[in-house]
Design a protein around this ligand. Structure first.
Ligand code: SF4
Length: 380
């Protein structure tokens, strides 16, 4: 296997945000040490199994990795260094919650090799942050960024959300300006989605949560697309904006259909056309690793049809779009012939554009990307 991306999942959070359905748990601090030991064991085993393979991107996500004590995070970095051949220019990202970082911690993590931070900022409006169940306020965000810059990080990303309860387009415009003014290298912007089983979802079902209507949400989306490029943040994926050369290389692997290995509870992998995911419950994960058994609970070899649909779906998420030659190399199919009908229809609707070698979503296509993806799935 060539260089691949490595994802490590840290499933701890100080408290659960009201909208979140990620595999993360609050009140599990007593498992920090045992979980880290299990994760380091899995890193050593997988690295050994693959003969210390080369990796050029590592992404420590969660949950809230920055909640782990710094000595446990450095243990993880040491384990990675021992068992994987981390390339010199590797991008090593860690997600962080602005309410959980200190300057000392970030300085140690920078020295341990982490070179990119992704802060879950979500909003610069303290009452919205409280409404979301976030543990931090805007003052924490500003302090966290200050600590990060002073610790020597230059590759910093922040996440923002829109479509939040009570949020208005004018307020979101100010938040976008505020985010851009921080001059971080990267910005991810997501619309709120109601996920089944979350407190937000049940409040909404009971009529207790008022969300912006479709028109207001669309206005916020339009603002995102208008404001950020004017501030030097180029859109390179539906929800992601970066300054030149600061695109997230790890996430690009997902969109470019490249292999990645996920370690830890709930982690997903994609290797040799097979998707797997690990057990999400922390204690079950620890038990499995300790017992020497696999934590994988789902294994799925993609059918050819699934692989083609997924390839198209992922490639079209990026502004670069789908390269016809790469598609042919991967599937021995001519994209323009095989999908002639769907492609022509979507092009007539001004959702897709092409120069004969690449196909990409137009601005309208980005906005209504779900329609485009559904059309390709139906066609297939
Ligand atoms: S901090 Fe992130 S992972 Fe944790 S509960 Fe909130 S949204 Fe979910």
């Amino acid at each position: 296997m060539n260089e691949f991306g490595l994802y490590l999942h840290v499933p701890f959070c100080r408290q659960k945000c009201f909208y979140c359905d990620f595999a993360s748990y609050a009140g599990a601090e007593h498992l920090f040490t045992a979980y880290t030991a299990a994760l380091c064991q899995q890193i050593a085993e997988q690295g050994g199994l693959l003969c210390k393979p080369a990796v050029d991107t590592i992404y420590i996500g969660g949950g809230t990795p920055s909640l782990l004590p710094v000595q446990l995070l450095t243990q993880i970095m040491t384990a990675l260094d021992r068992s994987f051949s981390i390339q010199r220019e590797a991008e090593i990202s860690m997600e962080a919650n602005p309410g959980t970082v200190t300057k000392n911690q970030l300085t140690v993590l920078k020295a341990a090799g982490i070179n990119r931070l992704s802060f879950g900022v979500q909003s610069f409006n303290d009452s919205l942050l409280a409404r979301l169940g976030r543990i931090h306020q805007t003052a924490d965000t500003l302090a966290a960024l200050d600590y990060a810059y002073r610790a020597g990080f230059t590759n910093i990303s922040i996440d923002l959300m829109y479509g939040l309860p009570g949020q208005r387009a004018e307020g979101f415009a100010r938040e976008l300006e505020q985010a851009a003014a921080l001059e971080t290298a990267h910005l991810s912007v997501y619309g709120l989605k109601l996920e089944a089983g979350t407190p937000f979802c049940s409040a909404y079902d009971q009529g207790l949560l008022a969300l912006p209507d479709e028109i207001a949400e669309e206005a916020m989306y339009d603002l995102m697309v208008e404001v950020l490029p004017g501030q030097g943040l180029r859109r390179y994926e539906i929800s992601n904006f970066a300054r030149p050369g600061r695109e997230c290389r790890h996430n690009l692997k997902y969109w470019h259909y490249q292999p990645y290995l996920g370690l830890g509870a709930a982690a997903h992998s994609f290797v040799n056309g097979e998707r797997t995911s690990a057990v999400p419950a922390i204690e079950e994960y620890i038990r499995a690793i300790k017992a020497g058994s696999s934590p994988v609970i789902m294994r799925e070899k993609l059918t050819r049809a699934q692989a083609i649909a997924e390839y198209i779906f992922l490639a079209l998420r990026t502004t670069q779009g789908l390269k016809a030659a790469d598609f042919t190399r991967q599937f021995h199919l001519d994209f323009f012939i095989h999908f002639a009908h769907t492609f022509n229809e979507l092009r007539q609707q001004k959702l897709l554009a092409t120069n004969g070698r690449r196909v990409w979503l137009t601005d309208k296509g980005m906005k209504f990307s779900n329609l485009v993806f559904a059309a390709f799935i139906d066609d297939h």
